[in-house]
Ligand binder design. Structure first.
Ligand SMILES: O=C(O)CCC(=O)C(=O)O
Ligand SMILES: [Fe+2]
Length: 198
């Protein structure tokens, strides 16, 4: 993350960066409109079937859309990671009361989901998340280990390494999308893998 203005959150527990105004407001608005047009209920890889665990809606963004291509290029510049390692870029929408409870983005290597979710592309490495709007109340992203909540702000990027240097999952990356209390919340989520997504 060698780009101007990026701040590493000082902690030995995980590698986490914040960059305000990563995306201009106009691009954020275009992405919100795309999410609105194509959203569906979010899926759950690791909720043990609890329907309250992740109550947002998700959208796979079409890479052919000019706004998504622009986002892709900006993510490439910021991350230095080849887009081939990226999962399809997603958008998420949370309305009042919706949330994503405490979880990690990486998968257990010996868990039942490993083959299904990681057989081809391997483990998730980095998460890049961009807030697309200011939320009236609530909707922060809380990292329990850091005792820190990041607040949504139009265009702000949050990026963290899900893994330890030896490639094992870092439990200090547990985080949650807190309930939106007023307004709505739109975010971009982009996960990178060890190997090409395909
Ligand atoms: O919405 C948030 O603040 C967190 C989203 C998240 O953790 C995820 O989509 O994996
Ligand atoms: Fe997450």
């Amino acid at each position: 993350m060698g780009i101007p203005g990026v701040q590493r959150v000082p902690s030995p527990l995980l590698e986490l960066f914040v960059l305000r105004d990563f995306l201009p407001a106009g691009l954020c608005a275009e992405l919100v409109a795309l999410i609105e047009a194509k959203r569906r209920p979010s899926e759950l890889a690791n909720s043990d079937g609890d329907p309250t665990f992740r109550t947002s809606e998700t959208c796979d963004l079409d890479p052919g859309e000019p706004a998504v291509e622009e986002l892709e290029q900006r993510l490439r510049e910021a991350s230095g990671i080849d887009r081939a390692l990226g999962e399809p870029i997603q958008g998420q929408r949370y309305l009042v009361g919706q949330e994503f409870q405490n979880h990690v983005d990486w998968f257990g290597r010996n868990g039942p989901d490993w083959e299904k979710f990681c057989g081809v592309a391997g483990q998730r490495t980095w998460t890049f998340m961009v807030y697309l709007n200011d939320v009236e109340a609530g909707g922060g992203t809380r990292f329990r280990s850091l005792r820190k909540t990041f607040h949504p702000e139009t265009g702000k990027l949050l990026a963290w390494n899900n893994l330890h240097p030896d490639g094992s999952g870092n439990r200090d990356t547990f985080h949650q999308g807190m309930k939106v209390r007023a307004g709505s919340k739109y975010v971009i989520t982009r996960w990178y893998r060890e190997k090409p997504w395909g």
